[in-house]
Design a protein around this ligand. Structure first.
Ligand code: B1M
Length: 212
């Protein structure tokens, strides 16, 4: 199997040591860091996202794969930065005000990073004003809101309202979390809704006008 395909398989299987070793071998063989990301690592996370959507794997496997990818990215990020290669899109993400759940939000961040989005993670309990300020500061293309409690759904609604009122014409607002539905997303005026981390990548890409 060519090395890039081996890398894809290693990430998808969450084999951290193999992922790092193959990344090092590819670099030593002269493969560019961008090709390693786009043709090796990202397809691995795409496989994981699809398996997750089909309930073939669960959160622990997804986290293990994401960690393997993160280790490889540690090697590549300085090279990508020095070559001036930047991710195409920037996403700002956080869990809405009053809500401290972050496991789902962290998964979405990892998957977006895996799809080559630059991700600014605002953490949990994020007030609407912070989303607005961060979206402006980073010129975000996607703003992701996560909520796990029915009691924090109004905070999500208020955040979407403030983001829309701020006139961020460049940015699409995406929402998700266990109590969130497409109907609620439509009701509060969000641009996109994803039920899980796998479809969160597809939806974000669609919002950017790209094929999922
Ligand atoms: Co909390 N909790 N919790 N909790 N907790 C739930 C959510 C609950 C359903 C449990 C229950 O009663 N059955 C319930 C909510 C009930 C409701 O509102 N209807 C609940 C409650 C009540 C509470 C407290 C109020 C409990 C208390 O103190 N009395 C409290 C609230 C604290 C607060 O936030 N202010 C609380 C606290 C906690 C812990 C701190 C103990 C811990 C959180 C730890 C952490 O996140 N660091 C915790 C946990 C772990 C859970 C459960 C057990 C698991 C949540 C989780 O991480 N799931 C949860 C019950 C459950 O879901 N089975 C529960 C795994 C995660 C991968 O899934 O986050 O849904 P999820 O993310 C998914 C999708 O939703 C989606 O993609 C992810 C991957 O597929 N998604 C997005 C998420 N965000 C997205 C954003 C997107 C797109 C998709 O676009 C931007």
């Amino acid at each position: 199997m060519p090395l890039l395909s081996e890398l894809t398989a290693a990430v998808a299987a969450g084999k951290r040591a193999d992922t790092v070793r193959i990344t090092e071998e590819l670099l030593a063989a002269g493969t560019g860091p961008q090709a390693i990301v786009e043709e090796g690592l990202v397809p691995g996370m795409a496989i994981v996202g699809d398996q997750f959507k089909r309930n073939e794997i669960f959160v622990p496997e997804m986290l293990v794969a994401a960690r393997a990818m993160k280790e490889a990215l540690k090697l590549l990020e300085p090279l990508l930065a020095s070559a001036g290669i930047k991710p195409k899109y920037t996403a700002v993400i956080g869990t809405v005000q009053g809500d401290l759940h972050d496991i789902g939000k962290n998964l979405i961040s990892m998957m977006w990073r895996g799809a080559n989005f630059a991700v600014v993670d605002l953490g949990t309990n994020v007030p609407p004003e912070r989303y607005v300020a961060a979206a402006k500061e980073h010129n975000a293309n996607v703003i992701g809101l996560s909520a796990l409690l029915t009691t924090t759904m109004p905070a999500m609604k208020e955040t979407v309202r403030q983001l829309k009122a701020a006139g961020l014409t460049n940015a699409k607002v995406m929402v998700g979390g266990a109590p969130i539905t497409q109907a609620f997303a439509d009701e509060i005026g969000a641009d996109g809704y994803a039920a899980d981390a796998g479809s969160a990548v597809d939806i974000a890409k669609k919002l950017m006008g790209e094929a999922a």
